[in-house]
Ligand binder design. Structure first.
Ligand SMILES: C[S@@+](CC[C@H](N)C(=O)[O-])C[C@H]1O[C@@H](n2cnc3c(N)ncnc32)[C@H](O)[C@@H]1O
Length: 449
């Protein structure tokens, strides 16, 4: 007997039009695309794999979007929150010109090395061999570094002997000229977590949780070998594809008006992820900063607000948090959001941690509005701007980030937006009774200028 098949629920498949008819919810993506907001496939792909950036997204997502909008050599792509250059690397490997702004100095360094491919390979090989020889023959007699001068977090991640090796390698690398110095320095920094004796799984480094330490020399050697072979596998015609990475601010990119054919990005999510804190091991090891205060000055203050650790409450008026710009763009939305912010201010007093989620939410939208406005300015008329985003629920107050940014974008001048859900998030906190039970998601917001 033929099995009866239940008719598919048409309503679940249909696109849902939002309050403003220029905003539409599209049906969910398929299983493969559901991981587009994660670094899962980039972890194993040449070049992308050099640094395991948990905030990074899928290189396949970039490929998909380039194909969907028929972006070919001759077009120009922009990623305002470039991170470790996933977008730029994919564009470069297809001969497509790209721009990116990244405000975190260490992440910018990683992105610069990943997106520069024009080395003299004979020289690169010779320097790799020379470093191997220096390490082999000089390490044993090298003068030890006074480890008391090394930030505590770095000391806690390695045995003294292994740390001395890593510092010796760094000292040898610092003798090289650019761009080779930067190449090997990033190779060493990217290898740190692989050698560590402390659990360094993202997001937190847990010095008390000890794991099997790996020899720093060996891990560095493998990293260098992988990076050089990845570079050599790139077809020579793409080695010089134009790629412009700027250590700068997505809110004020400084790019000329209307030069961009497609923007593809993922901004920080409103999820209290402190990018400066999460990259402390690398930042301290490189001597870029040596204390919490220093990374606040040099990193936290450069980034858009997305974590409570970036906030100094005295600088904000929580009763009237939204900028004149946000209010002018959509006064009704600003009022709705202000109500949520006020609710978070009250909830804050009921929680032990007294987290400044109220200000975090308000200032996040002030900041991202500036980035959206800049994005609108640099796009050519008719061009698409594609954002991978997550919603959030601090203290259980749901903030539908993708819909809010869609509405702000319309106020800025974008003609339409669509939202398509990629996956649900936050399942790993399921057992945590302290946490809300709202289902969070990751979505793609597509804007049309
Ligand atoms: C979600 S991550 C993007 C990751 C990127 N898609 C990748 O694959 O590596 C967001 C990035 O925005 C950066 N960022 C934060 N504030 C910024 C700002 N004002 N301007 C530019 N970049 C900023 C963060 O440092 C972080 O690297």
């Amino acid at each position: 007997m033929k099995k009866k098949v239940a008719p598919k629920r048409a309503s679940r498949k249909r696109a849902r039009v939002l309050k403003d008819a220029r905003g539409t919810y599209l049906p969910r993506v398929n299983q493969t695309q559901s991981q587009y907001g994660t670094f899962a496939d980039s972890k194993h792909a040449p070049i992308h794999r050099w640094f395991q950036y948990p905030a990074g997204f899928s290189y396949r997502a970039v490929e998909h979007v380039l194909e969907e909008y028929n972006i070919k050599p001759g077009s120009v792509v922009f990623d305002p929150f470039a991170g470790t250059a996933t977008t730029l690397v994919v564009c470069k490997s297809r001969g497509i010109e790209s721009y990116g702004t990244e405000a975190h100095p260490f992440v910018y360094e990683v992105a610069s090395v990943k997106s520069f491919w024009n080395y003299d390979f004979d020289k690169l090989d010779a320097l790799a061999n020379q470093l191997a020889l220096e390490i082999r023959f000089k390490l044993a007699e090298a003068k030890c570094v006074d480890l008391a001068l090394v930030p505590e977090l770095v000391r806690k991640c390695f045995s003294d002997a292994n740390l001395q090796k890593l510092l010796f390698i760094r000292a040898e690398i610092l003798k090289l000229d650019e761009p080779y110095r930067q190449f090997f320095l990033i190779a060493l920094t990217c290898a740190l977590r692989k050698a560590s004796a402390a659990a360094t799984g993202w997001p937190y480094i847990a010095p008390k949780k000890r794991i099997q330490e790996k020899d720093g020399v060996e891990v560095f050697g493998k990293q260098v070998f992988q990076m050089i072979s990845d570079l050599k596998s790139i077809p020579s015609q793409f080695r010089q594809s134009p790629c412009h990475l700027i250590l700068g601010d997505a809110r004020h990119s400084g790019l000329p008006n209307e030069i961009i054919d497609l923007s593809f990005t993922s901004p920080p999510y409103l999820n209290n992820y402190d990018y400066a804190d999460r990259t402390r091991l690398e930042t301290y090891f490189n001597g870029f900063a040596s204390s919490w205060g220093e990374i606040t000055d040099k990193v936290r203050t450069q980034l858009i607000i997305s974590a409570t650790t970036q906030i100094n409450r005295n600088q904000y008026s929580v009763e009237d948090i939204f900028s004149d710009k946000v209010k002018a763009i959509d006064s009704e939305l600003a009022r709705e959001l202000q109500t949520k912010v006020t609710r978070l201010s009250h909830l804050r007093m009921e929680h032990g941690g007294k987290k400044s989620y109220d200000i975090m939410v308000g200032q996040y939208f002030n900041d991202v509005t500036l980035a959206l406005e800049d994005n609108f300015r640099v796009l050519k008329p008719g061009a698409k701007s594609v954002w991978i985003l997550g919603d959030s629920a601090p203290y259980g107050v749901h903030i539908p980030t993708e819909e809010i940014l869609g509405r702000i974008a319309l106020g800025i001048g974008f003609r339409t937006f669509t939202i398509q859900q990629l996956r649900t998030r936050g399942d790993k906190w399921k057992g945590n009774t302290q946490r809300h039970h709202l289902a969070l998601k990751e979505s793609i917001l597509t804007l049309t200028k």
